[in-house]
Design a protein. Structure first.
Length: 649
C-alpha cells in the first residue's frame, strides 16, 4: 500500500548515510536517559525532572516510563527516541510523545499507546526500528447492541482482524471496495424497484466485501466489523458498552498513498471510498483537507485544484436499529442519517449525538467521495483511480486531539464565525442535526461539499432535518454561507422528512451556537403552515406532521416582524367563525372576498381537514372534530391568509 519510488529510495539511502555520518536532523549531542526513577544526562548529572523538553534532545528510556504517572514530566518531545531492552514506555490517555526522527525499540523493550494517547513522528523520512513490542490500544464508541458497526483503520503494520479485534463477529468483517460502487438507480423504502436517481446504495450489492479474520489490514484502508453477540451480552453493563482492543506491530510512519476509485458510467452519484487514519496519533482534518480536497478555494486567483476528493468526511456514529425501510441489499439495513459530518465549514453530530472534533483519531476509518473532476487514471472499463495522501505533518501532538473515538474543538483565532446547530428529535428516540456556518470563502449558493455538505440520499429514517439552497435539489446537512451575509433580514430555509405517523411528537431545538451575531440576537422559528413565529432562543418548538417531505414549512429568521405581507395585510376581524347546529361551522368574510380554502389543525399542528370554497360564506360539517380549541387557516381569493383560533363546543 505504501508506494516507494526510485527517487524516494535514493532519498532514503542519502538519509541513512547522513544519519550514520552526522546524526539525524538538528539533534544535539545532549542525551537524557530515564532509568526508571530519574533522568541521567550526558554530562553526568541526574535529576527527577526533564527540564529541557525539545525536539533536539536524544532520549533513551532504560526503565519503565508512563507519561501519565511519572510526574511532573508527562508528555515530551525528542529528536531521536530509543527504548532499550530493559525499558518500557506507556503513553497514557491525554498525553503524547513527539519524535522528530527515529524510534528504536530494543529486544524485550516495549512501547504502548493508550486509547487516547498519541505517538507522533514528524519527518517522513524517519524510521521505526522494532526489535521489541509496539502496540496501540483503542476503545470503541459506546454501543447499545452487538450489531452496531465500528469503522477501523490499523495504526500498525501487519495486523489482522482476529488478532487485534478478537471479539469481532467472523461473519461481519468487511472492506469497502470503491471500484465496485455504482449508484445509477434508486429504491423506495427498500422495495426492490429500480428507479432513475441515486440513493447512495451500491446497485448490485458487491461494494461491501467480506474478509476472513486472518486478513492483514492494509495501511490507510478502512474496515467495518461488529462484535459477536456473545461478547456483547457477557460484557458488564446493560447499555452503552465500550470494548478495548490492542493493535500490535510496527507503528505506521511516513507518507502513505492510498488509491481511491470512481465509476464514470454514472456521474450523478457519489464515489464512495472508505479510508482511515494510518497513524498511532490523531491527524488534523484541515491539514488532511489541504492535501486532498479538490474544491478548496485558495489563492487570488485560485490555485488550480490538485486534490482528488470532495470536501466532506463521513464518520459512522450509529444510533438507529436496522430497518426494513432503509435501502440496501439486505432485508434489514442501517440508516445513512447516523453519519457525523466534517467539512470545511463545520462539524455536525451523527446518530450518537456526539459532535466530532476537527481531528481524526488513531484507528478511525471514514468515508470520502472521489471527485468527478479529479485527475484520474483509467483502471478498467469506466472505473478510474486517484490517490489520497497521508503525511506525518498531518499528525497532531497535543493532549486532547486523540481523545475521541469519536467533542467539540475550540475555533482558531479570536473572532468565531457565526455557526448554528439545529436538532430535530422525536418522543420515539429519533435524532438528526443540521447546521449553518457563515464562513470566509463560502457564498449563499452551492459551493461544493467543502462548504456545503449534502445528506446521503438513501436516508429513510424516523425523521431528518436539512437546509435548502436555491437552485439545488439536495438536502444539506451543513450549509456554508457568505461570511458577512447574516443580518436581521436573513432567512434560513429548513426542510424535514418524516416516516413517522401523526401521533409522534417532533421537536426543533437549538443544539448550540457561536459568533457575535447569533449570540447577540433572538433566533425565531417561523412555521409557514400555522403562520406562527416562535422564539427558538427561549424554548424548543414541538409539532406533529403527516408522513412525507416538507421543504417550505419552517424558516429560521431574526426579526419578530417576519410574517408575510399577505398574512399581515389580511384583516383577521373581517373573518368570522360561527358554530351552528349538528356539527356545522360557518366561515364568513365581510370584505367582498371569497374563501378559497379552509384548513383545520389541532393545537399540535396536525391537519384534520382540508376544505375547498368559492363563496364569501361557507359552511362545513366538522363532525370529526371533538370539542376543543382548533386552528383555522383560511386562504382568501386575493391570496391573503388568515389564521384564527376557535372553539368547537
Amino acid at each position: 500500500m505504501k508506494k516507494i519510488t526510485f527517487l524516494k529510495s535514493l532519498t532514503l539511502f542519502i538519509t541513512l548515510f547522513c544519519a550514520v555520518t552526522f546524526g539525524f536532523g538538528q539533534c544535539s549531542t545532549a542525551t537524557a536517559t530515564w532509568n526508571g526513577s530519574e533522568w541521567s544526562w550526558s554530562d553526568g548529572t541526574t535529576t527527577n525532572t526533564l527540564p529541557t523538553i525539545g525536539a533536539t534532545l536524544q532520549v533513551v528510556i532504560d526503565g519503565p516510563y508512563n507519561t501519565g504517572s511519572v510526574a511532573p514530566q508527562g508528555s515530551f518531545s525528542a529528536c531521536n527516541l530509543t527504548i532499550s531492552s530493559t525499558g518500557s514506555l506507556t503513553i497514557a490517555d491525554n498525553s503524547y510523545v513527539e519524535v522528530e526522527n527515529n524510534l528504536t525499540v530494543g529486544a524485550s523493550g516495549s512501547i504502548d499507546v493508550q486509547p487516547y494517547g498519541a505517538f507522533v513522528q514528524n519527518d517522513d523520512s524517519s524510521h521505526v526500528i522494532n526489535n521489541g513490542t509496539m502496540s496501540v490500544d483503542k476503545i470503541t464508541a459506546p454501543m447499545d447492541a452487538w450489531y452496531e458497526y465500528t469503522y477501523w483503520s490499523s495504526p500498525v503494520e501487519g495486523e489482522t482482524f482476529e488478532n487485534a479485534i478478537d471479539k469481532s463477529e467472523p461473519s461481519r468483517r468487511y472492506i469497502f471496495n470503491g471500484q465496485n460502487f455504482l449508484d445509477a438507480t434508486a429504491e423506495t423504502n427498500n422495495d426492490g424497484t429500480e428507479l432513475d436517481g441515486q440513493d447512495d446504495i451500491d446497485d448490485n450489492g458487491d461494494a461491501w466485501q467480506w474478509v476472513p479474520g486472518n486478513t492483514t489490514m492494509d495501511v490507510g484502508v478502512g474496515y467495518a466489523t461488529t462484535l459477536t453477540e456473545l461478547a456483547y451480552n457477557f460484557a458488564p453493563g446493560t447499555i452503552e458498552k465500550s470494548f478495548r482492543f490492542t493493535f500490535t506491530g510496527d507503528f505506521n510512519n511516513g507518507e502513505y498513498i492510498v488509491p481511491i476509485y470512481r465509476n464514470n458510467s454514472e456521474l450523478d452519484d457519489n464515489n464512495w471510498n472508505m479510508i482511515g487514519n494510518p497513524y498511532p496519533s490523531a491527524i488534523d482534518v484541515d491539514l488532511f483537507f489541504n492535501a486532498n480536497v479538490i474544491d478548496i478555494p485558495t489563492g487570488n486567483p485560485p490555485i488550480p485544484p490538485t486534490g482528488a476528493i470532495d470536501g466532506t468526511i463521513y464518520l459512522w456514529s450509529q444510533n438507529a436499529a436496522p430497518s426494513a425501510l432503509a435501502n440496501g441489499s439486505n432485508a434489514l439495513n442501517f440508516s445513512d442519517s447516523d453519519y457525523a459530518f466534517i467539512n470545511g465549514s463545520m462539524e455536525i453530530k451523527g446518530g450518537d449525538g456526539i459532535l466530532p472534533e476537527r481531528f481524526i483519531p488513531s484507528g478511525q476509518a471514514f468515508f470520502v467521495s472521489m471527485s468527478n473532476d479529479a485527475v484520474a487514471n483509467l483502471e478498467t472499463g469506466t472505473v478510474y483511480s486517484s490517490d489520497v495522501i497521508f503525511r506525518n505533518n498531518m499528525r497532531v501532538a497535543n493532549t486532547t486531539a486523540n481523545s475521541q473515538f469519536f467533542k467539540n474543538t475550540n475555533s482558531k483565532g479570536n473572532a468565531k464565525p457565526n455557526k448554528l446547530w439545529i436538532n430535530l428529535t422525536s418522543n420515539q428516540g429519533a435524532f438528526n442535526q443540521t447546521a449553518i456556518a457563515y464562513v470566509e470563502g463560502a457564498t449563499n449558493n452551492f459551493d461544493g461539499t467543502y462548504f456545503d455538505a449534502p445528506k446521503p440520499s438513501a436516508i429513510v429514517t424516523a425523521a431528518i432535518l436539512y437546509t435548502n439552497i436555491d437552485g439545488s435539489n439536495k438536502k444539506f446537512a451543513i450549509q456554508g454561507k457568505a461570511e458577512h451575509s447574516i443580518n436581521q433580514d436573513e432567512i434560513i430555509s429548513l426542510g424535514f422528512k418524516t416516516n413517522t405517523d401523526v401521533s409522534t411528537l417532533l421537536t426543533l431545538s437549538i443544539d448550540h451556537l457561536e459568533g457575535d451575531f447569533l449570540t447577540g440576537n433572538t433566533i425565531y422559528l417561523k412555521d409557514n403552515l400555522l403562520n406562527t413565529l416562535h422564539d427558538l432562543s427561549a424554548s424548543n418548538y414541538t409539532f406533529t406532521s403527516d408522513v412525507g417531505e416538507f421543504n417550505t414549512r419552517f424558516e429560521i429568521v431574526f426579526s419578530a416582524n417576519a410574517l408575510s405581507v399577505n398574512d399581515i395585510a389580511a384583516d383577521a376581524n373581517a373573518l368570522k367563525i360561527s358554530e351552528l347546529q349538528d356539527d356545522q361551522v360557518q366561515f364568513s368574510t365581510s370584505n367582498n372576498l371569497s374563501i378559497k380554502s379552509v384548513r383545520i389543525y389541532d393545537l399540535l399542528g396536525r391537519q384534520l381537514y382540508n376544505l375547498r370554497g368559492n363563496r364569501s360564506i361557507e359552511v362545513y360539517n366538522l363532525s370529526n372534530l371533538s370539542s376543543a380549541v382548533f386552528i383555522a387557516k383560511i386562504e382568501l381569493s386575493n391570496g391573503a391568509t388568515i389564521t384564527k383560533k376557535a372553539i368547537k363546543k
